[in-house]
Every structure is written in C-alpha cells, then in structure tokens.
Design a protein around this ligand. Structure first.
Ligand code: PLP
Ligand code: MG
Ligand code: MG
Length: 614
C-alpha cells in the first residue's frame, strides 16, 4: 500500500505564457477545479496519507492548498528558477519515509493509474501509455518492460515502447540514489530533470536498481505544458477521464437509518486490496496506526489506548461492561433508551452487581437525582450511553462524566453513535472507557467494535479474573501490545476500509463533520416544522444526528408506504424504537450531503401531500 506522494510543482510553466505568469501550472482550472486539486483528491481517495508538494514559482498557491488539505505538506525549493525538476525532488526527499507516488503538478489523469501502480509487486515503476500525439512526449525505451532510456527525441532510442506519463512509484532508497546522482552531476547538469535521473540511475545499475515500465495502452492522461495541451485536455482527455471514473462509481444509496451509515466510494474500494495474512508485520502496522488514529480523534495518545475487536458495536459494549467491573464493584447503569437497557442486560447476563437508574427516553436526565445516587458511595462504575440512538436524546456527558469523577466512579460510556460525529475530549469529559464501531460516524463499513480506554484504568482491569474470553478487553490489549496482532482473526478488508474512513475523517475533521451533520439536521427540522410534524425530543436535548418524528395522525399514514416511497428515490429510512409512542426516525450521519437532505425533505413533503396531510 502506498501511503505517500510527492508532487513536483515548482516550475515556471513559461510555455503557457500569460496564464502562468502569476500562478503555478497546477492551478490551471479544468472542469472548475485546479488540476493539482484533482490530483490531490485522487491520491487521498486511494489511501495516501501524506502529499508532499515541492513548490517554487508562486508557492503561496500551494501553501493555501495545504491549509485546505491537512494531508498536504509543501516544501519550497528556493533554487527553483535555475534548477530542473530533480532539484525540487531533492528538496522533497528528506520528507519521504516510505514507497511513494511521484507526480508532476501539471497532469490530469485517470485515478486507475494509481490503482495499477499501487498493485505492482515491483518496487520502482514508471507508468506509460500508448501514443498520445500531444506534442511534448517523453518516449521510453523499455524492450523487456525494464526502462533502458528515455528521450523527447525518438531518434535517440533504439525502440519506442511507450510514453512516460509523469506518474511513477519509487522507493526511498531509489530516491536517495537519484539525489546522489544529481549531486555528483550538479556542475555538468544544473537543470537535470528527474525523469532523466531515473533513467540514468537504472542504466548505471540495472540489476541493483531496475526501473520497470508499466504500460496502459489507452490510458487517459495529459500533461499540460502549452495552450494546445490545455485545449485537448479540456475537450478530449478530461471527458474521457470523467467517463471512466463514473463507470467505476457505485450506485448511490443514501442511508438515513442510524448506521451502518452511507460510505464514500473510496471507503468501499479500500476493501479491494491484495490478500494479506493478518499476522504479517505490514498488517500489524496498519492495525496499530488505526488504533492510534482512533484514539487521537477523541483523546491524548499518551493517556488513552484503543482496543479493537471483530464485532459490532454491541461487542464493544459487552467487552467494556464484562471486562471492567470487578466482582466487588457495583455498576450504576442509566436506562433512558434501548441501548442503556442493553448495557443493563449485559450486566445481568454476566451477573454483575448493578443498579439500573431509570430515566425518561425522551426527556433530559435529572442530574441532581443521579448525583444523589452517586453520593450514596455504593457505586464504583457508571454505565451510560452518550447519545441514545433510540430517540436522538443526547445525554449530558459533559456534566455527568466530571460528576462521576468527583465521586471516584469509573465511567463506561457507549458512544457508538456519538464518537467521530460529536467533537469530544475524553479526558475533559471524564470518560475512562468508550465504545464505538466502524460503521457509524467514522463512516467505515460494519464489522469492527472498538473501545478507547484510559490506560491506567485499563491496566487495573488486568487483575480481574476473566469472566469472558473473546471479548476480554485487557487480554486483547496486552496481546496486541506484545505482538502487534489481534488474538483472533481480524476482519482484514474491513480494517482497510476503516483506515480509509479515518483518513477521510482527518481531512474533514470531527468539528467539520459535526457542522455538516448539523446542517443536514437543520434542513430536516425546518421541513418537519413546515409540514406540521412533531418531534419526540425537544430540540435542545437532541444530538442533531438522528431525529424521532411522531407519526402523522391520519389513518392514511403508513411507515412501510413512506419507506418504500423513499426507497424508490434512493433513501432508506428507519422505524421508531419506542414501544408505546409511534414514531419514525431519520438519521443524518454518514457520507451524506446537505443537498441530499434537501432532496429527502422534498420527498417527505411529496409523500405527506399524497396522503392528504398537507
Ligand atoms: N449503542 C448505540 C448507542 C447504538 O446506536 C447502537 C446501534 O445502533 C449500538 C449500541 C449497537 O451497535 P451494533 O448494532 O453495531 O451492535
Ligand atoms: Mg512536458
Ligand atoms: Mg510539464
């Protein structure tokens, strides 16, 4: 898996004349977007964690781009005006830590090229195409698929076996060789281009540093060096790229149920990867990275640790409850919805000493009354749901967590439907154990439950005799710490999807995600009001992630009919979950856009009209 990329963007682009006097070539717009931004988005969608851009001419454009994409880091080549592209690559080299994609900034290309290079088992590979007749071709001589020479002049080559696209994958070791070659030849070749350096290094040591050519005959790509390239890119190449990519897009289903949530195509595609034994170091690194990043979204890595299980959210809940309360402890479980009830059920299945604190499923919990219980000194542990998905009721963890800490109570929080959708800082909230899952606000696919644990509290649970096995939190933690493996078979592809989902969360940020979710919720709430529908929970007590709506009181209403009506337009909605009150629920989590919620709101209006409600 390739995790890094370098884009060479320092050049003057002088052949584009006035278009690039005050702007780098990468910022030429095609289809309403800067070409380098297309490129960055494609790299991120294929799982790249860091994009290093070597800048020079008008570097401030790239520095602005880096503000929009936290994964982008710019490196300035002060000598850009007098150096060739190899000079810029050399300036980027110290930032490269792993196998990387190397691209030029003036390219548009089909993302399939990245997929192809990513799936290469050979280490240093340049991507080639058949003839483009673009007018500035770099031809490759690669008789057996190994690069022997390249030139803009066909006559200098013994055979023409393809055109260089400006997209490669290289190792850091090979990059070092390139830098040494450039340094050794600085005086004779001050304007060395990186592709010439690649050819020279591999020619000098074809056995130690072979460079392979991977050719896609009809590959859609264009380098934009002059006005003619720009014109053909716009008229011919970009439409082909867009068509190819559309052919690979997955049918859109907008899930307005509270998880599994809608995922991006890039998350879905992240599951399509080479088979790997999960006991390989490479996979251990992926899991360790995932655990660290899950922690970082809500806590400090020095104090908290994430433990993962193959399983759903309930597995994570069960793991916490059954692993953390010692026999002589006593748990108080808040029941103000089905998931609180489930925590209590788990406690009773494991025969833990516990008390259930009952509270309304749709009204804010009475914190004074809860403190009264805390004051009795009977409880060592609290079990509570952060966001009761049953109704959309948000428990005030910001008050309850610190209150529990005041009474020295260990807090066990089901944040299955809150984590990564609501900004949180576990330390500030006084949370010791927090469960969530891969398929809700983190926007991955279903199959992983995880618990983010305060390390010192987790360590203490090691002394509790095991009353569970697969779900034992401490055992899973200790084994992973020692072996960088899970005890049992992990859901490999699901974890790759989770990795991609985390990258996309880092790009959006949890704050940004909460803002998007809130915007969708506001759209829904205004529609509810406009249609004279009622909500079960007061707005101020809602999570803004799911809304319980009272069924319209007319005999013509049927949830199933509304469900089927919405389904026809690609929306999936969810029934209510309260026994005695008739509601349906609309969630607004996942990779959905405000424009889609607007469409749904109109659709709901259409249905209500059809039953004579409006
Ligand atoms: N806890 C809460 C708050 C939930 O919303 C859910 C699922 O919706 C769960 C637990 C259970 O998760 P799963 O269905 O993945 O076991
Ligand atoms: Mg060129
Ligand atoms: Mg160029």
């Amino acid at each position: 898996m390739i995790k890094e990329a370098v884009i060479l963007g320092a050049g003057l682009g002088s052949r584009l004349k006035e278009k690039t006097v005050a702007m780098p070539k990468g910022f030429l717009e095609l289809g309403g977007k800067a070409i380098v931004e297309w490129s960055v988005q494609k790299l991120l969608a294929c799982g790249v964690e860091r994009v290093i851009i070597g800048t020079g001419h008008c570097h401030e454009y790239y520095d602005e781009l880096a503000k929009k994409y936290p994964a982008v880091k710019t490196v300035f080549n002060a000598g850009f005006a007098s150096a060739g592209s190899m000079g810029t690559l050399a300036v980027c080299a110290p930032c490269v830590t792993a196998d990387f994609f190397l691209l030029e900034s003036d390219l548009i290309y089909d993302a399939a090229g990245l997929f192809v290079l990513d799936n290469e088992s050979r280490k240093n590979v340049v991507l080639a195409s058949g003839a483009t007749y673009s007018g500035d071709e770099v031809y490759l001589e690669a008789p057996e698929g190994a690069l022997r020479a390249l030139s803009k002049n066909k006559n200098e080559l013994r055979s023409v076996d393809g055109e260089f696209t400006g997209i490669s994958r290289l190792t850091p070791v090979f990059l070092q060789k390139l830098c040494v070659y450039a340094r050794d030849n600085r005086n004779t070749m001050p304007k060395l281009e990186y592709e010439s350096a690649i050819a020279a290094v591999s020619r000098k040591a074809p056995h130690d540093f072979p460079v392979y050519v991977r050719k896609i005959e009809n590959y859609a790509w264009r380098e934009i060096d002059d006005a003619y390239h720009l014109q053909t890119a716009e008229q011919d190449v970009l439409p082909r790229i867009i068509e190819n990519e559309e052919c690979r897009s997955v049918r859109r289903e907008v899930l307005l149920n509270p998880g599994p949530a809608t995922t991006s195509d890039s998350v879905k595609y992240a599951q399509v990867c080479a088979d790997i034994c999960p006991r390989e170091n490479e996979f251990g690194d992926v899991m360790a990275w995932i655990c660290d990043e899950l922690t970082l979204l809500a806590a400090d890595k020095a104090a908290y640790e994430t433990v993962i299980f193959g399983g759903s959210g309930t597995a994570a809940d069960e793991s916490m409850i059954s692993s953390c309360v010692p026999d002589d402890g006593r748990l108080i479980v808040i029941n103000n919805g089905s998931y609180g009830e489930r925590l209590a059920k788990i406690a009773s299945v494991y025969k833990l000493r516990h008390t259930v604190f009952e509270s309304s499923a749709y009204e804010a919990l009475d914190i004074e009354k809860l403190e009264y219980e805390f004051k009795t000194g009977r409880y060592t542990h609290l079990g509570i749901v952060y966001h009761e998905t049953t109704t959309g009721l948000l428990n005030r963890i910001d008050q309850i967590g610190p209150l529990a800490k005041k009474y020295n109570i260990v807090t066990i929080v089901d944040a299955v439907s809150a984590y990564a959708g609501i900004p949180m800082d576990l330390e500030k909230l006084g949370i010791d154990f927090m469960a969530s899952t891969s398929n809700k606000n983190i926007q991955g696919v279903a199959g992983i439950g995880f618990v983010i644990c305060k390390k010192n509290e987790l360590e203490k649970t090691g002394a509790i005799p095991m009353r569970n096995y697969y779900l034992n939190l401490y055992d899973q933690y200790a084994y992973f710490l020692k072996n960088r493996q899970t005890r049992f078979t992990p859901p490999v592809q699901t974890l790759y999807a989770l990795r991609q989902a985390i990258l996309e969360t880092r790009q959006e940020t949890v704050e940004g995600r909460y803002a998007r979710y809130s915007e969708c919720w506001h759209i829904l709430v205004s529609a509810i009001k406009k249609y004279n529908l009622k909500m079960l929970v007061k707005e101020k007590d809602q999570s803004r992630l799911i809304t319980s709506i009272m069924d319209p009181e007319t005999p013509h209403y049927s949830f199933d009919a509304l469900h089927d009506y919405a389904c026809k337009s690609g929306f999936t909605i969810y029934p209510g979950k309260l026994g005695n009150i008739n509601t349906f629920r609309i969630a607004n989590i996942g990779a959905i856009q405000p424009s889609e919620m607007r469409r749904f709101a109109e659709l709901l209006g259409g249905y209500l009209e059809s039953i004579g409600w409006r």
